[in-house]
Every structure is written in C-alpha cells, then in structure tokens.
Design a protein around this ligand. Sequence first.
Ligand SMILES: [Zn+2]
Length: 70
Amino acid sequence: MKIERPTLTEFICTECGCHEKIPTKIVLQMDMSDPGDPSYPPMFYCEKCNGLMKPVYYVGYTGIVYRYDN
Ligand SMILES: [Zn+2]
C-alpha cells in the first residue's frame, strides 16, 4: 500500500491558532524516532506562544491518520 503524502504538513497551534507548514519528511523522521504513544501525532511547540501544535492532517509512517479540527 502506497501512502500519498503532501510535501508539507500543516500544523496548527491549539493555543493561538497560528499555522505553520513543516516538511513532511521531517515530521516522518520525528514520528519514526519517537516510539511513544502512537495515538498521538508528532507535535511541535508554537514559536509565538509556546502552545502545542498539532497536524491538521497527517498520515503516520504506520498508516495511522491523524486529523485535528477545531
Ligand atoms: Zn501559538
């Protein structure tokens, strides 16, 4: 099964709502290097408010689909 992924993954801050696009390659690398709870997607901290940023839509390396809609 081939998983189609966009070049960039859009993240949204759960605190201030700002958006940031992060190369999907980097998100995947984080995902694979972090053996934590697979029910959570890779997350970043917002540069503006230090809030948690979640991917709006991201398919994990195991094929799990993560969605965040506010
Ligand atoms: Zn923020």
